[in-house]
Design a protein around this ligand. Structure first.
Ligand SMILES: C[S@@+](CC[C@H](N)C(=O)[O-])C[C@H]1O[C@@H](n2cnc3c(N)ncnc32)[C@H](O)[C@@H]1O
Length: 253
């Protein structure tokens, strides 16, 4: 917040105390009472709305449990981030109508700087950090011409818990409060059903990239073949798939 008063025919700026000292505005602006949350890589919904609602409820519950009355509960400002090419229209059109938070879009890559210093309280991200900032050097083999395959890389990497721990340590700004491998939900689906669901899921996420490089003609055959490979693989029987949950807390500065 910055103030201004009219005095005669000029207006005089009344800046808040700068810096981070005892009487600084940054350390004493809690009456603003706004908690800023961001979901990085939100896509077009609906998962982001579930995640955001959980966060909002957790924050409000915490305040209520500390006996804050209704008038002193914080307001929540949620930033939904994804690449500028993300379908933000679909995202905004499907926002929950009775939400108890404010929403703004934040377009751009989270590999770059998106927010001003000290402006976010909670940052959430789900199934998005596997996307790398650039393509790796190695390539996987595929079903298309060798030359096309050689010039294609999927910029995705799934880290192990140990790698996440090492990265957080190296970064130095956060404590790793919790890290857990969550098994995928058990389902009664048959292997062909599971394979098809995974194949559709991957297609929803990667089709754009594959189409750009190989053309749309190969997509049906490619995913058909991928589906068959999945069915034959042991991935479901061996329970090799899991999601990694990591909770980081910024160190006091
Ligand atoms: C698999 S979707 C996950 C969507 C949602 N978070 C969920 O859990 O359902 C991954 C999303 O991350 C976004 N994403 C990937 N890399 C990103 C980056 N560097 N900056 C912002 N968004 C990114 C993609 O555009 C995509 O919408």
């Amino acid at each position: 917040m910055a103030g201004a008063v009219q005095s005669g025919n000029f207006s005089k700026a009344l800046p808040m105390n700068g810096g981070h000292g005892l009487y600084s505005y940054s350390k004493n602006s809690t009456y603003q009472n706004t908690i800023c949350v961001s979901d990085m890589g939100c896509s077009v919904g609906p998962n982001t709305f579930v995640a955001v609602q959980n966060i909002v409820e957790a924050v409000l519950n915490k305040y209520q449990s500390q006996e804050h009355d209704h008038s002193s509960l914080p307001e929540l400002q949620v930033f939904l981030n994804d690449h500028a090419l993300n379908d933000f229209n679909t995202l905004f059109k499907s926002l929950p109508p009775n939400r108890n938070y404010y929403v703004a879009g934040m377009p751009g890559s989270f590999h770059g700087r998106l927010f001003p210093t000290d402006s976010l309280h909670i940052v959430h991200t789900s199934y998005a950090l596997q996307w790398l900032s650039q393509v790796p050097k190695e390539v996987e083999d595929g079903i298309i011409s060798e030359e096309k395959v050689d010039s294609f890389n999927i910029p995705i990497y799934f880290s192990s818990p140990q790698e996440v721990e090492a990265t957080v340590e190296r970064n130095g700004y956060f404590n790793l409060e919790r890290i857990e491998c969550l098994p995928l939900e058990k389902s009664q689906d048959t292997i062909p059903q599971k394979s098809r669901a995974v194949s559709y899921h991957i297609r929803a996420g990667l089709e754009y990239l594959l189409k750009e490089h190989f053309g749309h003609e190969i997509l049906d055959e490619l995913f058909d073949s991928f589906n068959k490979k999945l069915e034959k693989s042991q991935v479901f029987q061996l329970g090799l798939t899991y999601s990694l949950l990591a909770v980081l807390k910024r160190k006091e500065t």
